[in-house]
Write a protein that binds this ligand. Structure first.
Ligand SMILES: CCCCC/C=C/CC(=O)SCCNC(=O)CCNC(=O)[C@H](O)C(C)(C)COP(=O)(O)OP(=O)(O)OC[C@H]1O[C@@H](n2cnc3c(N)ncnc32)[C@H](O)[C@@H]1OP(=O)(O)O
Length: 394
């Protein structure tokens, strides 16, 4: 045990000969829009943060940290490949070499992101409540927990039916990025309270910046594109537990999940025309493929609300459970899934998703650009005003 601690301590100081390794990951990292903005100071502070971790994050994560650190400071792997029997150095070399020509700035950003996800999930600081060492605090609109190989992201504005305000969009993106790098095998999104989510928070439209409604619409489209992009690119199996009614963007995104389990209390409603808006979440592409163009039109154009049974019959939902046994049955199933070899699941998802990724990003960009225009239309503004002045509800 003393040796293990010594090794971990040395690993924190990035001494190449100290890392104890039993397995290694194939690390997949891609260019992050914010990479260029990352300062050397953030990177150094992340290095210091690693030293504060009280728990050993495991060899896989340490290898990732090692590889990112080397890439960020020295660039692509420049060491001769160690011999097959030099297991530790070979694993480290493999991890570093797997980063290929990843730019130094991106490696720095990924290092910082990884440390930040570890800090929130591994009781690194005083943020963590006693007895809940796997609970990630610091979110205003979410509850994020990780146990039994499952990271659960729970929308947590039950009094607002889990409507997605701007803060929640940002927090979901943060939680997904952290989940993509933590040691869980699968990730689950669900809602707290009686709703899964009532979709976009319509008060998002009220806070007008100095540049006016045009600037508001432009910023909204940028945020939406980045948000949906996180779902397109999410690398692990992503499962929705739809605990109650779902509206708008919380429905359209389901086409980007790998499985959707629903309570029989759930309904699925995309009233875009009623709101003077148009489809997002790649649903203009995924829904016709999933359920046929005519059925997709009924939902996306005419705003037909589906029951859980109907959504299942049309392929949007994987399986429906009685509300009384929904939580128990689905969690039992998810815990079994989470025991499957995580790398195999990732790779299988990747091979399915990769064929569609480029198309999905193009659809996302187009949908956001069309919506940017819709948000400035009288039809949309009237619908939002009607809801906010309590004149209408779905
Ligand atoms: C960055 C921008 C990206 C934009 C992406 C675009 C996405 C498109 C969409 O998502 S479209 C869908 C938009 N959603 C709606 O139109 C739903 C509006 N809400 C309702 O119609 C009803 O609230 C309800 C049917 C969901 C629930 O009705 P119920 O009577 O059961 O409950 P209340 O209305 O009393 O709701 C409780 C409080 O919650 C507030 N609330 C609920 N949903 C929203 C919402 N989407 N936006 C803002 N606020 C919402 C509601 O106002 C109540 O608040 P109060 O207690 O302060 O009165």
């Amino acid at each position: 045990l003393a040796m293990a601690y010594l090794a971990w301590g040395l690993a924190q100081r990035w001494c190449p000969s100290s890392l104890q390794v039993i397995s290694f990951p194939v690390v997949q990292l891609h260019l992050n829009r914010t990479a260029m903005r990352l300062s050397q100071k953030d990177f150094e502070s992340a290095m210091n943060q690693v030293k504060l971790l009280k728990k050993d994050p495991g060899n896989e994560v340490k290898l990732k940290l090692y590889a990112l650190y080397k890439q960020a400071t020295e660039g692509p792997c420049n060491m001769p490949k160690p011999g097959v029997f030099d297991l530790i150095n070979k694993a480290k070399w493999d991890a570093w070499n797997a980063l290929g020509s990843l730019p130094k700035e991106t490696a720095r950003q990924n290092y910082v992101d990884l440390v930040s996800s570890l800090s929130s999930s591994l009781e690194s600081s005083s943020q963590v409540e006693p007895g809940t060492d796997r609970k990630s605090t610091g979110y205003e609109t979410l509850m994020v927990t990780s146990e039994d190989g499952i990271t659960k992201i729970m929308l947590n504005r039950p009094t607002k039916k889990n409507a997605l305000n701007v803060e929640m969009y940002h927090e979901i993106m943060h939680a997904l990025k952290a989940a993509s790098k933590d040691d869980s095998a699968i990730t689950v999104l669900t809602g707290n309270g009686d709703y899964y989510s009532s979709g976009n928070d319509l008060t998002n439209f009220t806070d007008i910046p100095p540049g006016g409604v045009e600037e508001k619409a432009k910023n909204g489209a940028i945020l939406l594109r980045e948000f949906v992009g996180c779902f397109i690119d999410f690398p692990k199996p992503l499962i929705a537990m739809v605990n109650g009614p779902a509206v708008g963007i919380s429905v359209t995104l389901l086409g980007l999940f790998d499985a959707v389990y629903a309570s029989d209390r759930a309904t699925f409603h995309t009233p875009f025309s009623h709101l003077g808006q148009s489809p997002e979440g790649c649903s203009s592409y995924t829904f016709p493929k999933i359920m046929s163009p005519a059925k997709a039109t009924e939902m996306l154009v005419f705003g037909k609300k589906l029951t859980a049974g109907e959504a299942c019959a049309q392929g949007l939902v994987t399986e429906v459970f009685p509300d009384s046994t929904f939580q128990k049955e689905v969690w039992t199933r998810l815990k079994a899934f989470a025991k499957l070899p995580p790398n195999a699941m990732r790779i299988s998802k990747e091979i399915i998703r990769n064929r569609e990724k480029e198309k999905l990003h193009a659809v996302n960009a187009e949908e956001c650009s069309v919506l940017q225009g819709r948000w400035l239309s009288d039809e949309c503004m009237n619908a939002v005003m009607n809801f906010l002045s309590r004149k209408s509800k779905l």
